[in-house]
Design a protein around this ligand. Sequence first.
Ligand SMILES: [Cu+2]
Length: 240
Amino acid sequence: MRHWWFPESASSYAGDLDSLFYLILYITGAVFLVVEAGLLWFVIRYRRRPVAAAPGAAEPKAYYIEGSAAAEIIWTMIPAVLVVLVAVLSQGLWYHLKDGAPSNATPIGVMVKQFEWQFTMAGADGRLGTDDDITRKDHLTVQVDQAYQLELQSIDVIHSFFVPAFRLKQDAVPGMTTRAWFRATRIGEYEVACAELCGLGHYRMPARLVVLSAEDFTRWQAAEAPPPPPPGGGGGGSGQ
Ligand SMILES: [Cu+2]
């Protein structure tokens, strides 16, 4: 579903997240309207009115009322039920986002610092830490309909990897590795932003995320792969 006030959604779970967002928006919107209508009603109903100018008439006096246990129970229970309802309805999606990376997800190494991203993408072997890894600054290329697992590390301060079109946001915290996953469902070019104010150059660390078809991705990978190391493990020229 496309909404004019959301960026285009381009990941496998973006639609579910948007639905959850709308559910919460409708609940809080309805509560807002009811509360404001009630406020307006009380303001008008109990406004100060001129006293009848009868001789000897006194100003109406304020009087004390006791609290109502029934009213307090009702206005405590309704929000409590709503909050628990939202928690129950959202927890499946929450676990899917946090722990639901498919086992065949391709790893991507993300090293971030003030003020740039460094992405290490696996080569044809689908693994990191091998000779065919492709490392790029502020540029990430992935294949459509393939799951990826990000391993985020920060060198200096907290940054946050944010892809609005994927509805994906995950902090990168110095001293630890945080993880996030996605599966892009739409070919195109998307914006990666840092969503944590990380210093004076925070504004100039956008990156590009390119989603390619399977054929284009294979071609890109072959073209970008680093040249294989010389056979024989180096050592230079032939002995003489
Ligand atoms: Cu940053």
